[in-house]
Design a protein around this ligand. Sequence first.
Ligand code: SF4
Length: 334
Amino acid sequence: MAKKDLIQKLKQSNLLGRGGAAYPTHLKWQVVLDARGSKKYIVANGSEGEPNVHKDFFILQHHANVLVDGVKQALACIPGSVGIIYLNKKYYRRFKKPLEKIIAKAPITVFEEKGGYLSGEETVVCEEIEGKLARPRIRPPFPGQKGIHGYPTLINNIETFYCVSKIAHDDYQQTRFYTISGDVKKSGVHEMALDLTIKEVLEKTGSWPKKDFFVQAGGGASGEIFLSDELDRPVGGSGAIVVYDQKKTDPYLLLYRWAKFFMEANCDKCTPCREGVYRLAEMVHKRMIDQAVLNDLFLVMENTSFCALGKSVPGPFRSLIYKIITPQKNGQKN
Ligand code: SF4
């Protein structure tokens, strides 16, 4: 397919990146197509390091041929490009060989990332592929202009490439993959209409709980908390819904679990994130929420963290604390 045709089709389909940021795919592709470079890179990002998000695993397991076709479509669209399927350690061990069989002689390699959650961040992807430490770069320049080894680099999530293949073959049905987990009868990944609300996804998959519950939507660490009467809204983020039985769930333990995750996942590069997460962990471990301190922490983390990881930490904490722990006590010590 001519390159302009495919980018036009991506635009008409209104495809947004499925890694969580929801940036228009056609704009990203156009930047890389227009950028000057004797070589270009196409990266299918299968880092998927967030808890309770399994959609990329599902695609690798059931639709690897569609994913590889999506990368090949990008190679055909962007002259002088080579492809990389970038996988976390677990996925690499499991899918390297089957992927290489499908790839055959196409110029696509399968790469094993070394780090964890942060390794999915686009500039960290470039650093890792260059053999450097898993730390984010300052932006701009964005990878589309100057990515791996300084060459223009297109990085899209694995699900995005799945959709690209469907669009190229006129088979895209405006769907996305939802990961449902937690206190439900059956956890799993479901491909369903893109515009469903959280409530509709739970109902249509038979996952609507019979007991009092709340959910975390988007991702299993960065996702926001919603009460059961707040679910007429899109899932967002990476399409994950984690259901929590309200009686069984100790909110402080849940907060501490997130804090531990972010303490391990952050790269220690900048003070607001490194120290902020540590202070959050300290506070929730003591079960003493000082809301004035908490608000200062959130403000500093959201506004001064170097990368999206630190900026995204306050979202889940704020929503769980204000909706579940202190719904009536904003502004006071708990
Ligand atoms: S915000 Fe966190 S993960 Fe990002 S650079 Fe700073 S310490 Fe590292």
